[in-house]
Design a protein. Structure first.
Length: 474
């Protein structure tokens, strides 16, 4: 929903009147025009609690702030008497003001969300879980049909456990979970208080971790495959996600989420959670302990656990100068390389990645661990890259935060429009689930994805399931 455009247009109108004042005779004598920038600023400030942080609104907000500061002296110096604000009849500053206003307003309006950014409520219930072993509080969001008789019949609706990214958490996959629910799954997403940014509490409010932890998540997202410190933090996030997954699977099995034990579970995860899933899918102990897990979907998995710090043997005898240089070098971030042991998924695994994977530089860099793992002879995995998909596009971001998707866009023109990425991604995930489920499940079928045969698909060395491209073109 683009209702945010209404207050944005109000701001534009309030700022436009003082600019066009010289051209409209009736506005030249209006005393109240001097207050319009302040009102526009207050409207901009009100957007934050109403719609959250919107990156596309920043240029417009900056312009409003600059105009307000410019008029502030006028407001203060004339507060005790009637005042008719002066105006500039010079054409150059008027055109410049119109240009900056047009740029700010254009960015805000063009990149407005195409869906409502508020969390879904209908057909969603929250369950608070406590993992006493880790003193961790997890709030699960269960997406189910309003008919409770259908929801609790486990052999009718397979369960999809959705592990969101730590940075973005449950709100970044909320609409996707709702679409998967509509496609025939009971979907369980979650967020972890004090760990995810932002976590969603039981009452639906967003909770952020400490500022230092938040910056750590940003640094890991950007540099986890480059520097040792960020990579170590990424490995810790992967370990915590593994524990989250095992805890939630145990809760599902014991009825802690109010569901009968399901016969089939599809595990889906993003970012570090995706890496955790891939590692679990390659663990014989996990595979044996969870026969109900039929498939794994890993979205943009960085596989930080594969990276190691390159070490060099120190010479036996070194000069003080060499030792000084070594100590100074240790102050700089140490690089890491993807030289560790690769996972071999033993559960059918789908890697969903950006179409940047078709670039040789990216295949040898960011996606090197995935590509090498995929080619292992026993790797029961499949890789799909939708044309034009960026690193954030298999979630709610294209519809809710189009500007973020632009910054992390793919190589080619996108096969889907921003508003279609949620339904398209849900179709891909649902088609993969239909392929790997051992027996037909009522309501689970193949969905049209709208993709062409140009979509990049690569099967792993151990892939033995037929018709992999049917996931794209059912």
């Amino acid at each position: 929903m683009k209702e945010i455009m209404l207050p944005e247009l109000v701001v534009v109108f309030l700022l436009l009147l003082p600019i066009i004042r010289p051209f409209i005779k009736g506005l030249r004598t209006q005393e109240g025009l001097v207050w319009l920038p302040l009102i526009a600023l207050l409207v901009c400030v009100g957007l934050l609690p109403a719609y959250g942080f919107r990156l596309e609104c920043i240029p417009l907000f900056v312009y409003v702030l600059v105009v307000h500061i410019r008029k502030l002296y006028t407001l203060i110096s004339n507060k005790n008497r009637a005042y008719i604000a002066p105006y500039d009849e010079n054409l150059a500053p008027i055109l410049l003001s119109l240009l900056f206003l047009s740029l700010g307003a254009g960015i805000a309006l063009y990149f407005a969300p195409s869906v409502d950014t508020a969390l879904l409520n209908e057909g969603v219930r929250s369950v608070r879980l406590i993992d006493g072993a880790r003193n961790a509080t997890i709030v699960a969001r269960v997406y189910e049909t309003p008919d409770a008789n259908v929801v609790k019949t486990a052999d009718v609706r397979p369960v999809m456990l959705m592990v969101p990214p730590a940075l973005g958490s449950a709100p970044s996959v909320d609409r996707l979970c709702g679409q998967l629910r509509d496609n025939g799954f009971t979907v369980i997403s979650y967020s972890r208080l004090g760990f995810d940014a932002p976590a969603v509490s039981e009452d639906g409010k967003l909770r952020y971790p400490a500022f230092g932890d938040l910056m750590g998540l940003f640094n890991t997202f950007i540099s986890g495959a480059d520097t040792e410190k960020a990579n170590q933090r990424g490995k810790l996030i992967e370990e915590e996600r593994q524990r989250d997954i095992e805890f939630l699977l145990s809760s599902i099995r014991t009825g802690g989420l109010g569901l009968a034990p399901p016969a089939s579970i599809i595990l889906t995860a993003y970012d570090a959670g995706a890496s955790a899933l891939v590692m679990l899918a390659a663990s014989p102990a996990f595979v044996a302990a969870h026969p109900e897990v039929k498939g794994v979907i890993a979205v943009e998995s960085p596989l930080w656990s594969v990276y190691q710090t390159e070490t060099q043997a120190a010479p036996e005898h070194t000069s003080w100068w060499t030792r000084l240089l070594d100590n100074l070098a240790n102050l700089w971030p140490k690089p890491v390389q993807a030289t560790g042991e690769l996972p071999r998924p033993a559960i059918p695994t789908l890697f969903l990645v950006s179409d940047k994977v078709t670039n040789q530089k990216e295949r040898n860099g960011r996606y090197s661990p995935i590509m090498r793992s995929l080619r292992l002879p026993s790797s029961l995995a499949l890789l799909i890259a939708v044309e034009g998909a960026g690193t954030l596009d298999y979630a709610d971001y294209p519809a809710k935060y189009p500007l973020y998707s632009l910054f992390f866009s793919g190589r080619s023109r996108a096969a889907w429009h921003n508003k279609d990425f949620i339904a398209g991604t849900a179709s891909l995930m649902g088609n993969f689930a239909a392929l790997v489920l051992e027996q037909p499940i009522a309501g689970i079928r193949h969905w049209e994805t709208g993709l062409s045969d140009k979509t990049y698909v690569e099967a792993g060395g151990g892939w033995n399931l037929p018709d992999a491209r049917s996931i794209l073109l059912p």
